[in-house]
Write a protein that binds this ligand. Structure first.
Ligand code: FAD
Length: 523
């Protein structure tokens, strides 16, 4: 069994874990990050896409609102390339109490969330598709944030500072040295090979799975209650601004423009298992009904895909009471003080918007335990790619493509991915998995849901990476299978027609069912 050495081992490659590893690497610690699948394949890649201004929490949870607006400002400086500055609107629909708007204004003032009330005419001019019967409207600095771009930028920063990111590596056990945690046993989930990582400190950032990681260190009472929520992507930008209902947080009350689509969400249902990302048909219907209140006619828009993510809600087993002790804020557990287990902390819960703050608190706790003095620098240091402070825009890719339409043909028209960019991503990531490429480039995430790009990309995989035909076919089928999971629960109308066309391409023309997949199990 091979053994690696690290000063800091971080478990979990979502936004929090990648943020922790970036913070530790920037403070000069030799850092290894392990993720059991790909980066942001847990909750971070299954969230709603909103960089909160804090507006959503100003009445219900003011400390959370303060954290959000502060982190919103910091991320706009250090992670600009991962953000689209859409702005945000809170609108009182006919179903909302207009008086809530006054509480909202008071809450924004108290939390420091910049807000201005505009006339409903101004709001409708800005977003003509929202409910014409809205009665009040407020502007706030909400934005759209790309979690895949963010975690990849964090990974690039970790590598630049001498750290290592091991994706497809699962922690299967934690090593103890007396009262301290001293490293982990990990398994390569693609080859099954096991290895050891010896570490002076371990930070558990495994989100909804954090309780399981703590249990590997013999700490059995870190209870994370998984709160499952669904989101539905609609095939174009119904709005260009994040639009929230101006009311207490509820289901289906936010519409977020993300790249070429808009996403309505979300719900919150207690799940038994963090790996349960199933979607119930009733939830889809309820979500579309709620969306209709924000944008009349939303139900008629083409729904492209539905997916679920799982919130890590920490229940403090040491507190009295039950549900009141389930926190929506983040939780930092210093296991030396809490459980007498040294060199080990857990950071979980919170929001993607607050990942940097969570990371800072976790690494500060480590630094204290180690008796070091190394200040956090993540609030000032831009991530790789964000140095010039430019946000991305919906037309960034179109603009780049139009500078030379002849030289670099598009592989994916929906997401404007040229062949050269795909080849570069294949080289840089070293992956042969089209789903990994989806997370890097958004391949197959537009209106055709992979209908026209998957076979082209698989062909390029074969040609460029010299994957043999069987392995390229396997990659193609696994990708189609993954796309299908999110499409079938919302199949109706135009999307059903698109699915039939995709089916004809793959079954009728390519006979995908019978492609050779020598030696590889079908997904
Ligand atoms: C439906 C929904 C919508 C949301 N919308 C928003 C939003 O719009 N804005 C916002 O700010 N926040 C939002 N959130 C909250 C936000 O998405 C999460 O708080 C955040 O993504 C959690 O990140 P994380 O890194 O802590 O967890 P995760 O992203 O889940 O990362 C944990 C990682 O640990 C890995 N892991 C687990 N076990 C092991 C192991 N044994 N070995 C190695 N790795 C392991 C997992 O694979 C996973 O990738 C939303 C949450 C949900 C559920």
């Amino acid at each position: 069994m091979t053994t690696r050495q690290a000063q800091v081992l971080v478990v979990g490659g979502g936004a929090t874990g990648a943020g922790v590893a970036w913070d530790a690497a920037l403070r000069g610690y030799q850092t290894v990050l392990v993720e059991r699948v790909d980066l942001a394949q847990g909750t971070s890649g299954r969230f709603h896409g909103l960089l909160h201004s804090g507006g959503r929490y100003v009445v219900k949870d003011r400390p959370a609102a303060v954290e959000c607006i502060q982190e919103n400002g910091i991320l706009r400086r250090v992670a600009a390339a991962t953000i689209e500055d859409t702005g945000g609107l809170f609108v009182s629909t006919p179903e909302d109490d207009v008086a809530y708007g006054d509480e909202f204004l008071t809450g924004c003032a108290a939390a420091g969330v910049p807000v201005s009330e505009i006339t409903t005419t101004q709001a409708l001019r800005r977003e003509p598709r929202i409910n014409p019967a809205i009665r009040r409207a407020f502007e706030v600095p909400d934005a759209s944030i790309d979690a895949w771009k963010l975690t990849q930028a964090l990974a690039a920063g970790i590598a630049e500072h001498g750290g290592t990111v091991l994706t497809y590596h699962e922690v299967v056990d934690l090593r103890r040295d007396g009262e301290d945690v001293a490293g982990a046993q990990v398994r390569d989930t693609r080859t099954g090979e096991e290895s050891e990582i010896e570490a002076a400190f371990v930070i558990n950032a495994a989100g909804a799975w954090a309780g399981r990681i703590a249990a590997l260190a013999g700490i059995d009472d870190v209870t994370i209650v998984p709160g499952r929520g669904i989101m539905i992507a609609l095939n174009h930008r119904l709005v260009n601004t994040v639009v929230n209902r101006c009311t207490m947080p509820a289901d289906g009350d936010i519409l977020v423009p993300i790249r070429t689509v808009s996403v309505i969400g979300t719900t919150d249902v207690a799940a038994r298992d963090p790996d349960d990302v199933s979607v119930a048909q009733e939830e889809v219907d309820a979500m579309l009904r709620s969306g209709e209140v924000l944008v009349p006619g939303l139900r008629e828009a083409r729904a492209l895909r539905v997916w679920a993510g799982v919130r890590p809600l920490f229940r403090d087993a040491r507190a009295t009471g039950s549900d009141r002790d389930i926190s929506r804020a983040h939780a930092l557990l210093d296991h030396a003080a809490r459980d007498g287990v040294g060199r080990f902390v857990t950071i979980t819960g919170g929001k993607l918007t607050t990942y940097r703050l969570m990371a800072q608190q976790a690494v500060d706790a480590m630094v204290r335990q180690l008796g070091d003095e190394r200040p956090c620098r993540t609030a000032e240091r831009p991530l790789p790619g964000s140095e010039n402070g430019d946000y991305y825009a919906v037309d960034t890719r179109l603009h780049a493509h139009e500078t030379d339409v002849t030289r670099d043909p598009l592989v994916c028209e929906c997401e404007m991915i040229p062949r050269g960019r795909l080849e570069r991503a294949l080289r840089e990531t070293g992956t042969v998995n089209l789903d990994d490429i989806r997370r890097v480039l958004r391949l197959g995430m537009g209106p055709c849901q992979g209908g026209f790009c998957t076979f082209r990309a698989a062909g390029i995989l074969h040609e460029v990476d010299r994957l043999d035909a069987a392995a390229a076919s396997h990659s193609l089928l696994a990708f189609l299978q993954e796309r299908w999971r999110g499409t079938w629960p919302i199949l109706h109308g135009d999307q059903l027609r698109q699915a039939r066309l995709d089916d004809w391409i793959y079954q009728g023309v390519l006979d995908a069912e019978h492609l050779p997949e020598a030696g590889v199990a079908r997904a």
